[in-house]
Write a protein that binds this ligand. Sequence first.
Ligand code: ATP
Length: 299
Amino acid sequence: ARNKPAVTLIQPDFKFEDMGIGGLDAEFSGMFRRAFASRIFPPSLVEKMGIQHVKGILLYGPPGTGKTLMAREIGKMLNGREPKIVNGPEVLSKFVGQSEENIRKLFIDAENEYKDKGEDSSLHIIIFDELDAICKQRGSKNDGTGVGDSVVNQLLAKMDGVEQLNNILIIGMTNRKDMIDEALLRPGRMEVHMEIGLPDEHGRLQILKIHTAKIIENNLMDTDVDLVELAALTKNFTGAEINGLVKSATSFAFNRHVKVGTLAGTTGDLENMRVQRADFMGALEEVHAAFGSSEEELE
Ligand code: ATP
C-alpha cells in the first residue's frame, strides 16, 4: 500500500511561463501533464486500466529554444530534486564496452531503489541532452567510434527493463529527431514526442518579459522601451537569442554610463542608469550585421 505518491502532479493551471520558460501554450503544458497523470494513481488502478506509465519523452526542435531549461525544471517539479542530466556525447567512450557500461550505470540507482522499495520508490528522471549523438539509426554510418549500435541496444534493453521498474522516466532532447533510431521512439519507449519550435510573436513577448523582469522590477528600464515592439522586431529569434539580445542591450547601457578612465575605479552617473530603446536597437543592429542584413524578415 502506497500512501504518498512518488511524484507531484503538474497542476491544471500550471504555466511554463511561471517557471521562466516562455512561448509554450496551454496545449503544450496539457500534453506534459497527461504524460505524468497515471503516476499519481495507485498502481492497482493503473494495472486495472491495463496501461503502463509513460517511460520516455522526446523533446525536439531547434537549438536554444529552452529544452534543457524545461527538462530540468520539469524534473525538479516532479519529485523535488535535480534530475540526472547526461550529455549524449559524454556517454561515448572509445574503449570497448565502456559506453554501454556508462549507460548501464545511469540506471543503477533506480534499479536498486526499486529492488528495495518496489512501487514506493521515487521517480528517477534521466535527461539525455543531444540524444542523437548516442542514438543514431542503427546500421547507419556512426561517428567512427563504432559503438553506436550497441549503445542504442543497451539503452533499449534498459528501457524495456524499466517495465518492471516503473520508477524511471527518460527525457531525451535533440535538434535532429530524424537521426534518432526509430526503435527508440516506439510505444513503451520514448513514446511522447513534443516539438519545441521557434516562438511566435506572442511567445517572444513572454520571453522578453521573463528576461527583462529583473531590470524592470529594479526600475532600470527606460520608459521608451516597448517590449511589444521588440517582440515584433525579433522574428525568427530563439529564446536563447532573445536572452542574448537583452544582455547585449544591457551592455550598451552600461557602456554609455562608463566615464572615460574609470573602468578600474568608480563608474559615474549610476543613478541615471537605464536601459533605453536605443540600446536595444544597437543590440539588434549587431545581430543583423552578424546574420547578414539581406534577410528580409529582419527588417
Ligand atoms: P540546445 O538544443 O542548444 O541545448 P536548448 O533548446 O536546450 O538548446 P536552452 O539551453 O534551454 O536551449 O536555452 C538556453 C538559454 O536561453 C536558457 O537558459 C534561457 O535563458 C534562454 N531560453 C531559451 N528558450 C527560452 C524560453 N522558451 N523562454 C525563456 N528563456 C529561454
